[in-house]
Ligand binder design. Sequence first.
Ligand SMILES: *Cc1c(COP(=O)(O)O)cnc(C)c1O
Length: 233
Amino acid sequence: MISANMKHVQERIDAACANSGRDTKEVTLIAVSKTKPVEALMEAYEAGARDFGENKVQELLDKIPQLPSDVRWHMIGHLQRNKVKYIIDKVCLIHSVDSLRLAEEISKEALKHGITANILVEVNVAAEESKFGVSVEEAETLVSDIAKLPGICIKGLMTIAPFVDNEEENREYFRKLKQLSVDIMRKNIDNRNMDKELSMGMTGDYKVAVEEGATYVRVGTGIFGERDYKKES
Ligand SMILES: *Cc1c(COP(=O)(O)O)cnc(C)c1O
């Protein structure tokens, strides 16, 4: 089932790329495996998945040694500063940086490990109260402050759109994130401080997100099925 789901999601990504004149190679599908057992991740791996997204540090640390070493791990959940040290050299991209203090901690730990940490700045484009992320207005200042830190590379922006029945309702937010990214990059032509990656789109809205320029889509339910949080202890 997981393998068929992955094929279906990839086909819809390919179609969305075709619709919008994009090269499908620009879009990376991240299999969001939070709450799912390692057997399910292995099934996705065998079907070709190499990018996995998790939102909890402990779960990430438990799973990493159980999967082949060519997996790229993405931290997509809210990250506490005191946990940065556990994952800094184990993930390829931290999607959820929304404060200078968190970025400073990432920078410090990256220097300690002699690496450059790749991050995205999380923007709460829809201004939902329940969500993490900086406002659209604050994003540019945060990007330029983080860009001054050593050991950190801002690959782009991330957003979590509202939960909606009709994915078209989220198009405006994806468009807004893309525009914000273009605006920020334009202001820093000489001193290029941000890359063009856009992490946006989940099971309910990745088609629209791809049409609007997503370079990473984070799909959980659409690959692994519904999550059962009650099973968690
Ligand atoms: C859980 C989660 C996803 C995946 O959600 P689905 O709707 O199951 O595809 C994507 N992004 C983030 C940040 C998440 O926490």
